[in-house]
Ligand binder design. Structure first.
Ligand code: AMP
Length: 114
């Protein structure tokens, strides 16, 4: 069940601030408040999806493809295309997903650990 009071829903509603790096009709990208790499940006959907599986199974036609293109735009905005980056999305308890609103982590800006 999607919780409309989760922290990312509040960021989308502009109830709490975020350092935004990119926005379009369907997604918002902002810096992670607790970065685990030199560059750590989150890309979240504006649609109410709890996780990757919910997004892929229940989004509108073309939405997931557009999301990945938006992630690529963020990668270019952050100038990570050449040096490289890691995409990560946690789903569920075993992955320790903290915020139950679908998001993609973009990690980079330095050599990452395994
Ligand atoms: P996950 O474990 O994949 O759900 O990751 C949630 C991420 O959201 C963590 O990396 C947190 O540091 C980040 N986070 C939590 N609250 C905020 C916030 N208010 N602004 C930016 N990032 C946040």
């Amino acid at each position: 069940m999607y919780d409309k009071n989760n922290v990312f829903a509040k960021i989308l509603a502009k109830q709490i601030p975020a350092k935004i790096v990119y926005e379009d009709d369907e997604c918002l990208a902002f810096h992670d408040i607790n970065p685990i790499s030199k560059i750590h940006v989150l890309v979240i959907t504006k649609g109410e999806y709890t996780d990757f599986s919910d997004f892929v199974c229940n989004s509108n036609p073309g939405e997931s493809e557009r999301f990945f293109h938006s992630v690529e735009k963020v990668v270019q905005t952050l100038n990570l295309g050449k040096s490289g980056y890691r995409l990560l999305t946690n789903t569920g308890e075993d992955a320790r997903q903290e915020v139950l609103h679908f998001h993609m982590h973009i990690l980079g800006g330095e050599k990452l650990g395994i």
